[in-house]
Design a protein around this ligand. Structure first.
Ligand SMILES: Nc1ncnc2c1ncn2[C@@H]1O[C@H](COP(=O)(O)OP(=O)(O)OP(=O)(O)O)[C@@H](O)[C@H]1O
Ligand SMILES: [Mg+2]
Length: 511
């Protein structure tokens, strides 16, 4: 083997956490200028391996060879200086600073005079943006930018720090289809310009769209090194989870019951007073999965907040749940009445990374669902409940006392979806239920959603994935510019028709 051929070799990397072997003798060889996909089940060890590369974790055994030379990074700054750039899934930007300030943070051009320093830095960043075709407003506040733009900021940030190898850990899970296309263009261009990309994703279509090479991990070990032209989606899925996976929801026709939830003339303003949801009218019936489609920022967030009670409804609007007027009810009250919620921002709203697995399993329910008997938490019931969530949703954790933040991304997601699904809710509001989970678990969560709906409950599904909305929903509502349009019943419209509605091609209100 010719050492020059690979820009990076990770040889026999082993990384343990206590008894848990997260990487078990993993060897990864990456060619310069390639897009190398790293795929595998939740908890397979992908993020851990990349964290070892970036020296956020120190391996127990194994070597890292960069450009043919053994390297021993002392810390993550050291790794960054050697050309390793990590873009984490949760963006690490300061919201109140400008794009420019974020990019140069900690890496300013060294001059005595701060003013010149900034000008020089800005020129350098501008050059990078031009060279790699990134079009981002350097003086804008990070807070004011859409996610797709923030991701570009993260990429420019690592390029500015001199990255030759750019690691993208599940970069597309927060993007719209348009955002994904833009990112792929950027990835291809970077690779053509000689940068090397390591790309982690759970979406098989994406692997086939951009990767030159694929490495599959399972249970901390490499189970395959393949090229996209040599496998198909089913074979790749099999390599990842070790069994056949249905890449489609298995659904049968269901009877719908009475109206569970009714929204009448519901309008919502955002914190700046802008009307973001305009006179929404719709019903959700027993047994029904109502899917919400729309490009980011169209008003689906406000719709969910209104239904769950996180945003106030404008005068004149009314929300009825199980026959009761809940327009002004607190979220806690709505939970008590049988509403569950899986928020998109799973670590911000849905869970507490510093808490344990069991604490997170009962979060939001400890008061309303009787886990707390006066003063003492009833440990036996909590353990039993947590055990059910963990086993039914296949959450990979050493035990229920583990810190949630130590679980892999997909396992955190499974725990939250599981927690909300197992509760005896009547209406479950779910945002991106399969975000960041592996293909095997997607199959499972989809089946679970359909099972929930057929058991006398209902689901309001909001998803970035149009495919998911189309596969699961009995009825689709498309939100565009704060208005709701009828996206038809199951399979009534195809994805192009729905896509057109999402971009404002509809005329009539769903009513
Ligand atoms: N800091 C840590 N402390 C303890 N265990 C950890 C830590 N980080 C990761 N693990 C464990 O190591 C294993 C591998 O996790 P890792 O995050 O690498 O998985 P992954 O392949 O990235 O999964 P996902 O697709 O869900 O993101 C998991 O079982 C996880 O719980
Ligand atoms: Mg991960």
């Amino acid at each position: 083997m010719n050492g020059d051929e690979y820009i990076l070799e990770m040889r026999n990397i082993t990384k343990t956490f206590g008894d848990l072997v997260a990487n078990d003798g993993v060897t990864l060889r990456v060619k310069k200028g390639s897009v190398h996909a790293l795929v595998g089940e939740n908890g397979a060890g992908k993020s851990t391996l990349m964290n070892v590369l970036a020296c956020l974790y120190k391996q127990d055994y194994g070597d890292i060879v960069l450009n043919g030379r053994h390297v021993h990074f002392r810390n993550s700054r050291d790794a960054a200086r050697s050309g390793i750039g990590m873009v984490h899934q949760e963006f690490m930007l300061f919201k109140d600073l400008t794009v420019l300030e974020n990019i140069m943070y900690g890496f300013e051009e060294k001059t005595a005079w701060i003013f010149i320093n900034k000008r020089k830095t800005k020129r350098k960043i501008k050059e990078i943006c031009e060279k790699y075709h990134f079009n981002i407003p350097l003086e804008a506040k990070v807070n004011d930018l859409p996610v797709s733009m923030l991701q570009q900021v993260e990429i420019v940030k690592v390029l500015y720090k001199g990255a030759d190898i750019i690691v993208l850990d599940e970069p597309t899970s927060v993007l719209t289809p348009q955002g994904v296309e833009g990112l792929f263009d950027a990835i291809r261009f970077l690779a053509r310009s000689g940068k090397t990309i390591i790309f982690i994703t759970h979406k098989l279509k994406e692997v086939f769209a951009v990767a030159d090479t694929i490495t599959v991990l399972r249970d901390g070990r490499v189970t395959g090194n393949v090229r996209p032209e040599d496998v198909n989606e089913n074979e790749l899925a099999r390599l990842m989870v070790g069994r056949e996976v249905m890449l489609q929801a298995d659904r049968s026709a269901r009877e719908l019951g009475g109206v569970f939830l009714r929204a009448e003339d519901v309008s919502v303003r955002d914190k700046d007073g802008v009307l973001r949801l305009k006179h929404a009218n719709f019903d959700i019936r027993e047994g029904e999965i109502v899917g919400i489609a729309g490009v980011a920022g169209s008003g689906q967030q406000q719709l969910v907040e209104a239904i769950f009670g996180l945003s106030g409804v404008e005068e004149g609007g009314k929300i009825t749940f199980l026959g009761q007027d809940i327009t002004r009810a607190e979220p806690r009250e709505r939970r008590r009445m049988g509403m569950g919620y899986v928020p998109q921002d799973r670590l911000g709203v849905g869970a507490n990374a510093l808490g344990t697995v069991w604490e997170n399993s009962i979060m939001g329910y400890h008061i309303s669902h009787g886990f707390k008997s006066k003063v003492f938490l009833r440990h036996k019931e909590i353990d039993e409940f947590t055990g059910r969530v963990v086993s039914q949703f296949n959450v990979k954790t050493p035990n229920i006392y583990e810190k949630l933040g130590n679980l892999s991304g997909g396992n955190i997601q499974k725990l939250i979806v599981g927690r909300e699904s197992i509760q005896d809710n009547r209406l479950l509001i779910v945002e991106d239920p399969t975000r960041g989970i592996d293909v095997g678990a997607v199959e499972f969560v989809w089946a679970k959603m359909l099972e929930i709906a057929s058991s006398g409950r209902a689901i309001l599904l909001v998803s970035h994935e149009l495919n998911e909305v189309m596969q699961l929903s009995d009825r689709i509502l498309v939100v565009y510019n704060g208005e709701i349009f009828d996206g038809g019943r199951y399979q009534e419209k195809n994805d192009r028709e729905i896509g057109l509605l999402m971009l404002g091609g509809g005329e009539s209100d769903a009513g």
